[in-house]
Design a protein around this ligand. Structure first.
Ligand code: AMP
Length: 217
């Protein structure tokens, strides 16, 4: 099963991707996570993308397409993939179509987690991330059982550098400008299921499952 997961930053995409990964036993390809790993490694690519990421703008398409192309060549993606945070521009969507076509793969569904713009900045600016496993929490919307501590591995939670209010605003604006047209691109192919992202995490999860089961039926 190949699933595209769309939603503005702060819509709960990463949280639901984590669930999908376990539920369908397929890997999640998150370009944001891959870029953060490059930054943490201090690689050449990491050095090139660090500043762009902290501004909230997008990494150039050629670098992004390359990193995904390499990831899709790894054998664990053969059974399916959850695309989280990619494609974010029309050239990325075109490139992904080509790569998937070459590999004889197709998309089963594009899920779009819909949240009004006014709610996103609050969700992003208060967000806490586990630096070990990458899971995200929020004191109001997804509180960890022990405040400030990841319940999965006990690591103290941190605020991602691009989760401050100013960068969050840029990220949402970039999303509306560059990624909304990508959702329309898949909508025209009849692939998009919309899910109300403001409901509780289990409710969103259940709605996603329903959308995917309809697809499988
Ligand atoms: P995310 O974790 O998906 O919110 O991504 C964090 C940051 O990584 C974004 O604000 C961008 O700077 C960069 N990034 C992640 N995915 C992409 C993509 N598909 N295209 C360009 N830049 C990306």
């Amino acid at each position: 099963m190949n699933i595209l997961l769309f939603g503005a930053p702060g819509s709960g995409k990463g949280t639901q991707a984590e669930f999908l990964k376990q539920r369908y036993e397929i890997p999640q390809v998150s370009t944001g996570e891959m870029f953060r790993a490059e930054v943490a490694n201090g690689s050449e690519l990491g050095k090139r993308v660090q500043e762009i990421m902290s501004s909230g703008e997008l990494v150039p398409d050629d670098l992004t397409i390359e990193i995904v192309r390499k990831r899709l060549a790894e054998p664990d993606t053969a059974q399916g993939t959850i695309f989280d945070g990619f494609p974010r521009t029309i050239p990325q969507a075109d490139a992904l179509d080509r790569v998937m076509g070459e590999m004889g793969r197709h998309f089963d569904r594009a899920l779009y987690l819909v949240a009004p713009e006014k709610d996103l900045t609050e969700r992003l600016a208060g967000r806490l991330t586990c630096p070990t496993c990458g899971r995200t929490f929020h004191p109001k919307f997804n509180p960890p059982p022990q405040p400030g501590i990841c319940p999965f591995d006990g690591t103290p939670l941190v605020q991602r550098p691009d989760d401050n209010e100013e960068t969050a605003r840029t990220r949402v604006a970039v999303y509306l400008r560059d990624t909304m047209p990508v959702i329309d691109y898949y909508r025209r192919q009849g692939l998009v299921s919309e899910v109300d992202a403001l409901r509780s995490i289990p409710e969103v999860r259940a709605e996603i499952e329903r959308a995917l089961e309809k697809e499988a039926a």
